[in-house]
Every structure is written in C-alpha cells, then in structure tokens.
Design a protein around this ligand. Structure first.
Ligand code: NAD
Ligand code: ZN
Length: 251
C-alpha cells in the first residue's frame, strides 16, 4: 500500500491500538541525510562493516574503523530529526507508545525530545565512545585530535582497555539490559510498528516476530520489501515522514 490509502490505513491501526511499540531502523534517518545500510546507495555497497573480532585483533582494522568514523562524523553531527522522528516523539509524549526501540546509533530520537529512558538503543550509540573493558565514556573530539595528529589509537586512561565507539558491531554481543527492555516493550504492545528496517539483522529483527506470536498486530512501513512483509497485517512501501506524519496529522 502507498500514499493516501496507506495514511488512512495506518491512522486506523494507530487509533485502534491500546499500546504501541515503535521499532526503528536506518530508514527513519535517511530523510535527515544519514545514509542507510541496505537501501539503494546505502553504506553497505560502499564499505563492508568491520567485524568486532577484527577490530579487537588488528590495529590496522581499528585505524580503518576510526578513519571511517571521522570521515562520516560531519554528516552525523549535522543531522536533525525529521518528520518521522517527530511523529514518534508525539506518540511517546502522549503515552501511546511506551518507548522507541531503535537499531539506530545516531541519537536523533533523543534529539527529537524523547527522554533517554524511553529510547532503547539495541545497537548502541555512535555519538560517543567507551572503554570496552570498564565502560568509561570518552568523547569523540579528543580522540579525533590525537588520531589526526599522529594516527594514535585511543586507550582507556584507567585500565588501558581498547576504546571504541559505543555501538554494537557485527560479531559483538548485544547489550543484555537493552534487549530485555526491548522484549518487555514488545510484549506489552498490541500494535508493533516497524519504521525503516530491512529486518535482516538479528536478534533485533526477531522482535516483530515476538510481537506477532504474542498476538499483537504488526505494521511495516518501509520503502522496499522486507524479510517479514508476509507476517504483517499492514505493509506500506512508502516514505516514513509523510506516512506517519500524515497518519497523525502532524507537520
Ligand atoms: P537497513 O539499511 O538494513 O534498512 C533500511 C531500510 O529502510 C531499507 O529497506 C530502505 O528501503 C528503507 N528506507 C530508507 N529510507 C526510507 C524512508 N525515508 N522511508 C521508508 N523506508 C526507508 O537498516 P536497518 O534494518 O536499520 O539495519 C542497519 C543497521 O545498521 C542497523 O542495525 C543500524 O544499527 C546500523 N545503521 C544505523 C544508521 C543510523 O543510525 N542512522 C545508519 C546506517 C546503519
Ligand atoms: Zn577502561
């Protein structure tokens, strides 16, 4: 479904729901100028992601990871929440959704005004770094100065552990507390809405399946077909901002 029909159908689903779970992927942030992974022209086609084990084992890989990070920093920093983020914030602010579960690492849900406690980041956050051993937080700006001066890689000042952006890389363990909260939100909902995810990255992509098994209705809003379209009660192949913003009658 697309266009006006899709807006009406989504509005009906939202109105009928008692509690909504919002699950967002890279697709909600493309309208803010951040490329997705698997959409057309996505990052996937340009740079294969660096696996966690390679990052740990190889200094060259760590250097490459930081080089890429700083090459894309300006885009991430300049990005502002768009109509889709604002619509999610509206649903949370009005108690229609308990939280946003996001695979995104860009911090735009928080920037749209949703309190930290109501953004569940299952893949971490790329706007800061931390020590992999003791979790001390480090800011990117200072790391960048050293890296660009002589290529030096960040280490923890307290325990000498490896410092990495606070994201969950491929091959890295999922954050246990966040996954638990994401599951609880999923199980509490009678409507689960996927916004801009190809639904191929597990275990996060297991959440819509869990919602469905628990008896919730499932809506997928994604420009392209996803792995789980067949499972959904409503599938909308259109842009998130106009569809969700339109369904809620928000600018
Ligand atoms: P994905 O790239 O696999 O899928 C994104 C989907 O969104 C695509 O199918 C695309 O067709 C669709 N899409 C793009 N723009 C859209 C729009 N405006 N409206 C509707 N649909 C749109 O993304 P994923 O499933 O989130 O998996 C990628 C992984 O990479 C995530 O785990 C995430 O952590 C990471 N990632 C994050 C960001 C970010 O934080 N903004 C960006 C790229 C990748
Ligand atoms: Zn440390």
């Amino acid at each position: 479904m697309q266009g006006q029909d899709a807006i009406i159908a989504l509005a009906e689903e939202l109105a009928a729901a008692t509690r909504i779970a919002l699950f967002t992927g890279a697709g909600i942030s493309t309208e803010s100028g951040i490329p997705d992974f698997r959409g057309p022209g996505g990052l996937w086609s340009r740079n294969k992601p660096i696996n966690f084990n390679d990052f740990i084992r190889s200094e060259a890989m760590r250097r490459e990871a930081w080089r890429r990070k700083f090459a894309t920093e300006a885009t991430l920093r300049a990005a502002r929440p768009n109509r889709g983020h604002r619509a999610c914030a509206h649903l949370v602010a009005h108690g229609r959704a308990g939280a946003v579960i996001t695979q995104n690492i860009d911090g735009l849900h928080q920037d749209s005004g949703i309190p930290d406690a109501q953004v569940i980041e299952v893949h971490g956050n790329a706007t800061y770094a931390h020590c992999l051993d003791c979790r001390t937080r480090y800011e990117l700006a200072a790391i960048r100065v050293d890296f660009e001066r002589d290529g030096s890689l960040p280490h923890c000042r307290w325990c000498n552990g490896i410092v990495k952006t606070a994201t969950v890389s491929f091959g890295q363990a999922m954050p246990v507390a966040e996954m638990r909260r994401a599951e609880a939100e999923t199980l509490a909902a009678d409507l689960f809405v996927v916004l801009g995810s190809s639904l191929v990255v597990y275990p996060a992509a297991g959440l819509p399946v869990l919602a469905k098994r628990n008896g919730a209705r499932l809506v997928i809003v994604n420009r392209e077909p996803t792995e789980m379209d067949e499972l959904a009660d409503l599938v909308i192949h259109d842009g998130i901002g106009d569809i969700l913003g339109g369904a809620l009658n928000l600018p």
